[in-house]
Design a protein around this ligand. Sequence first.
Ligand SMILES: [Zn+2]
Length: 481
Amino acid sequence: MEAAWKAFVVRLDPTLETSTAGKFRHVRACDFGKVQQQVLLHISKLEQESGNRMCVMSDILDRLHPAARQQVEAMMPAVSADVESAAEAYAAIQKWLMANRFWIFTDLPKSWCIVHQQECLLFPEQPGPCCKRQKMQEPSGIHINFAGNTCKGWSSVGSNRRFGDKSELVHAVWLSERARRGERGGEHLFISECTVRYPCEEKLSKPLEGAHEVLHITAGPDMLGWPVRRPRNLSCGLSKANMAWLGPTGAALQADFEAFFRRSLASTGDIFLVSPEAEVLAEQQRLGEQRGYKVTDIIYGVNSSLHTPGQILRHADYEKKRLLQNRSSSTFFADLDQNCNAGTSSAGVLIPTQLSHGSLFAWSAKRQMTMQEVWLSHGFNLLPQSTGNSMECRISSCLGRLTPKQQQELVGNGWHMGVLACWSMYVFAHSIKINRTMSLMPERSLLKKGGSQFYSGCSGSFDDDKESSGAERPTVQAQSE
Ligand SMILES: [Zn+2]
């Protein structure tokens, strides 16, 4: 994100030195998943080597006041509850958490940190300049919360229990914390992503009405020119206490975002088939080992040494579909773990939407895609030599130590980096930090020449709470006429 941020700011003003373009710092992360925690621990270690402290929390419920946690547990639906009863219980929990947000999140909340093996402060912001009229010291820089909300209840391949899914509990805690952090002035904005079935209006806009300006669009990599399918609902929430939105709203928002970022596709998924033969063989040897076979040379096509009988049958079904779609081209991709024409199966010339399990077969290469190629298609450069792009993904060594199954779980649940970067850049470029304690109507000053700065905060950090990162204030000036 830091590289994308610098590229964006320097493009805005080519005379700007990249060193002053702003610094993005990951300060805290929170994830309950064990594989996800392994990666977050690695990122924390990298941050530490750069002189930064990054905590990794594991359970979002840890941050609640003990009495609140007890209350929430008492309100939980029975395990055997039907969807409607469960949805009612979760709605009551969200209502209770939101109504009691003033005390359930203490002033200096702590949560168990798996990096430092202790209770660490969740929001240890450095206080900014003190102002007598401020209820709370204005934090320096911009504090952002990034959240990939659990999609299990909304995904077409998940439980489809929607408001009755157990992930509603963690969503309610996350949501009420955003409202509290926003109104206390401790957090400026959040950016979140979920499946296209996630109802942003009901899940974000309505409950946060008053505290945040919530905006959302639908986008996927194929919209941005990447030959990859992964349609997603992208949203952001600007705290009305200290931020103002300068871009379009409503239906005009989607069109405006697309005016900046929409590109027509000029390539197929074949562009990602760049793994060296040694890597292809190594991955096939791992697959063969799992099935009790020793692979010595690269195997082309489906083969019982590498594939299950079900995968071989599904390959035949997909082959029929390929011949119907385009007989003249050998470019075709299908997930051999998904039945043809079922679920979210989206076989074709683009990389299909990735699930948390899968076996992606590439017809033109006559082999399964390597996990490095799958990562590359999602914007993570694990193949710098093959791509000629020397900017290697910072966590490539950590991902390489995970099994292909664990890596697939991360890709299936993860973000497409290009899409997230575009949406984040769009949001940053259309937002401005305002100080309501210094003026009754700070928005008015934005209309005056010289009345606004790209970032009007104090020098400091641009914090990303990855659930969320930090920076010297960019010296870019944005003038409003
Ligand atoms: Zn810690």
